[in-house]
Design a protein around this ligand. Sequence first.
Ligand SMILES: [Zn+2]
Ligand SMILES: [Zn+2]
Length: 151
Amino acid sequence: MKLRVSEIRLAGEIQRQDELKSDEVFSKHVDLATFHKPIKTVVRAQMTHSDIYVSGNVTSSVRYLCVRCLEQFEDPLNVTFSQTFDPQVEVIDLTDEIRDTVLVNLETKPLCKKNCQGLCPQCGQNRNLLHCDCEKKSGRLGSLLKKFLLY
Ligand SMILES: [Zn+2]
Ligand SMILES: [Zn+2]
């Protein structure tokens, strides 16, 4: 998203909104997160006595991969940023600002839900969907072994 400084100067304050395609903003691949919806941005730019103050709101939906069960899930994104710019420039390009704001607010260890049960380390079953009895088996085996060692 680009803002013309002459427009901001003339009006004193402007408001703009835009929808950015995620691949325009994220040229690099981001681990564990992908964007399937456009990144909606609303910004307000104000002329102050010494610089231009820009504040914005970024909303989208992020598709994450759960680090425990490896299932995909969607999570809404709603973040804000503010930054001052030098009024000597002609055009303010907010692409970097928007990308950085989104990146710092992404989950680094996404979980599909707080109490995600993850995958069974023995059979690989997603334990949110179905309970395998690996734990029970190893439990039984464990107590049998204990008995065996004791006697
Ligand atoms: Zn999960
Ligand atoms: Zn299992």
